[in-house]
Every structure is written in C-alpha cells, then in structure tokens.
Design a protein around this ligand. Structure first.
Ligand code: PNS
Length: 167
C-alpha cells in the first residue's frame, strides 16, 4: 500500500490545496491530509475547524482521510506508515523553502520522500494568507476557496457583507 501524507496549515483550505489533494489521491492508495496544530502561529481557525472544513471538501474522495498532528511532519508520516510526503509548488518563490524542507525531512527520515505537485496555473497565485486578507476587506473569495469554506471565512472574519449570494 502506497500511503502519502500531505501536511500543511490549511488555514483555510483553498482551491489550490484541493487540486493538489485530488491529484495526489489519484496516485497514492491512501492520502492522509495532516493539519498542523501549531502553537507558534496564531491561525484564524482552530485545528478542529480546519480538520472539519477539510473533511467536508474532501468527502467525495474515498481514499483521503484528514487528521490533526503536532510536531514534525516526518514523525507524523512514520506514525501513518506513509512513505511519501506531498507538497505543492505554486511558483519559483516556493522552491527555496520547499527544497530546504524536503532536504531536511529527508535527512531526518530516509524512509520518507517528498513528492511535489505543481499547482494548476489557475490557482498558482492563491494562498490562505491572501484569502484571509481579501475576506478581511470584504472582497470576493469565491474564486479561491470552496463555497462552504468561504462561508466559514466570512463568518469568522465578520465581513459576510455582499458576497452571501455568491457563496
Ligand atoms: O501550509 P504550510 O504552512 O506551508 O505547511 C508547512 C508545514 C506544516 C508543512 C511545515 O511547517 C511543517 O512540516 N511543520 C511541522 C514541523 C516540521 O516538520 N518541521 C521540519 C520541516 S523543515
């Protein structure tokens, strides 16, 4: 069984993340989406909220499961008995950080290899940070996140305003 882990913050999950999840799930027997419970960052959504949103938007993919984790991604991979760690590359600006992470992870755990998926061009500029900023100023995020996620973001940020029809 080829099991892969896709770790991330997913604060919140975007259409770019979902595209990577769908494509990675098509090549792995099982894909575990690992949601980092990171005490250093202050996410907009709690880890439970992020896990629930991910479960909701991936419910159509039978070989995907979603779990929270703390600590090192490679330790989570080991716990899941996964031999691949999935990451998305949006643009060359992602490359340096992703390369550093992949090499660090490889030196920490030889049994885990990083598999990169290049993000669909339509989603290459999207990030969770940009989504939160646009929503904060009352902008339309319906192109960036699934509709049910957009509702949660507007509700959390308190800027539902004019976009209720679109989400
Ligand atoms: O969605 P993100 O914030 O880009 O995901 C980053 C993540 C969670 C993959 C990365 O920060 C991570 O792996 N954190 C867990 C701690 C760890 O394993 N650090 C070593 C990798 S250099």
């Amino acid at each position: 069984m080829k099991r892969a882990v896709y770790p991330g913050s997913f604060d919140p999950v975007t259409k770019g993340h979902l595209d990577i999840i769908e494509r990675a799930a098509a090549v792995a027997d099982e894909l575990v989406v690992g949601v980092l419970n990171n005490n250093e960052k202050t996410p907009l959504f709690s880890v439970e909220e992020r896990v629930n949103m991910l479960k909701d938007v991936t419910s159509h993919i039978p070989n995907v499961r979603v779990e929270a984790f703390s600590g090192l991604s490679v330790e989570f991979c080991k716990k899941c008995e996964a031999s691949f760690l999935v990451r998305g590359l949006r643009a060359v600006t992602d490359f340096e950080y992703e390369l550093q992470m992949a090499q660090t992870n490889r030196s920490l755990e030889r049994g885990v290899d990083t598999l990169f998926f290049t993000t669909e061009l339509n989603y290459a500029y999207i990030s969770s940070t940009i989504v939160k900023e646009v929503a904060f100023y009352g902008g339309d995020i319906s192109g960036f996140v699934p509709p049910q996620v957009a509702k949660h973001v507007y509700a959390k940020i308190g800027t539902a305003k004019n976009h209720e029809d679109g989400v």
